[in-house]
Ligand binder design. Sequence first.
Ligand code: NDP
Length: 465
Amino acid sequence: MAQYDYDLFVIGAGSGGVRAARLTAMTGRKVAVAEEFRVGGTCVIRGCVPKKFMVYASEFAHHFKTAKGYGWTIPEPSFNWTDFITAKDIEIARLSGIYTANLGKAGADLIHGKARLADAHTVEVLGKDGKVERTITADQVLIATGGKVWVPEDMPGIEHVITSNEAFHLPKLPKSILIAGGGYIAVEFAGIFAGLGSDVTLVYRGPNILRGFDDDVRAHLTDQLTKRGVRIILGTQHEAIEKTESGLMNRLTNGITCETEQVMFAVGRRPYVDGLGLEKAGVALTESGAVKVDEFSRTTASNIWAVGDVTDRVNLTPVAIREAVAFVETAFKNNPSKFDYNDIPTAVFSQPPVGSVGLTEHDARQAFGKVDVYLSRFRPMKYAFTGGEERMLMKVIVNPANDRVVGVHIVGPEAPEMIQMVGIAVKAGVTKTVWDSTCALHPTLAEEIVTMREKYVPPELQAAE
Ligand code: NDP
């Protein structure tokens, strides 16, 4: 008789948890996964996937405008929010069903309910009434509960705001919306609502949106978003929100007030560790409240592991999946494995979108002292034809000491698709010499990236160089 009910108990059926559960079950181990909401996690249910459908839906407005320039006559297009949300929800349900089916096919048991640790080898599953329904033992436990939306609870009027959770299910498209925050979610939803026809204001406390991205990317995107009609207010944040007869009055710390129909807060997410009983199992948290792990994703309890956003390392779906794969190799295949966090390609699905891999110019200068920068701004052929104002930005950063390309940043149509491919070359350690020897593919937007020969010196460094 086995010592434990399961070889592995996974808490959370999101991207990381499902991948770990399936791979472990496929080794013949006995695996259970507990999920309190829907299988698929943030990415599938209320994150990347439905967000991308919303981006697709909203981009049509831009396509219709461009089409006119190419000779099409398009009757006044109209958008039906309810039809779209219904279709989107059907697709999300289908994808969640596939995740569930794949768990079953791999041989893992799915348990619905909130799970918490009673000790390092015992998990309690709670029923809807919050009472313990089942007590299960496991040799190894994986915490993969992800993150949750955070809002400043003490701000007067915070009860009136929506977050990304609600944005996917609003009863109607707001005529006007103020989005607070300057990160991925704020910038992506600003594009979505603006494209669908809402009047959008973005309020960010810092000097420019997308902190952490390359400064030229940030400035370029701000300019492009403004040209697409998003009103961006920088250097301020909310003091209070008041409900009025016609909407919500935003009071900002710089004295500006503005009324909008909806207010969306996208000011960050936090690791979801609530009620997990971590202290009972000897699992410690970091100062910022994430589950503390070593480079193999092992927590401070030797048989308990954690992957994905709950560990607050790099909060991206593909990273959670890679961490899960490395965990299975380490814990069940006798092959200690670590995920390599260098050169992770990332995209912001703003409109226009951003794709980035490697170091920003600022970080590259910090790391290497001197860097060579190649930068190009140009009108994409498709929009130049119609006289549009859209501008593309491409930037390549090279370490002159070894000729290696250490960062690539693109803003413009298909930037995320391009950066996924560029990421292979950067990860492989491509040199600028090999980069330049790559033949251009004409006529494409991407060809510009292999034809940049002249070094760019930022105006503030021109005197020095
Ligand atoms: P981010 O951490 O990207 O951005 C949070 C934003 O809120 C920042 O601009 C931050 O400002 C601001 N902020 C934080 N606290 C406050 C406050 N008290 N008052 C006002 N503003 C505040 O978080 P998101 O919620 O946008 O996204 C969460 C994570 O999810 C991302 O970091 C990313 O890892 C992932 N994600 C990835 C996507 C993708 O891959 N395309 C899409 C969506 C999410 P400051 O910069 O000054 O700290």
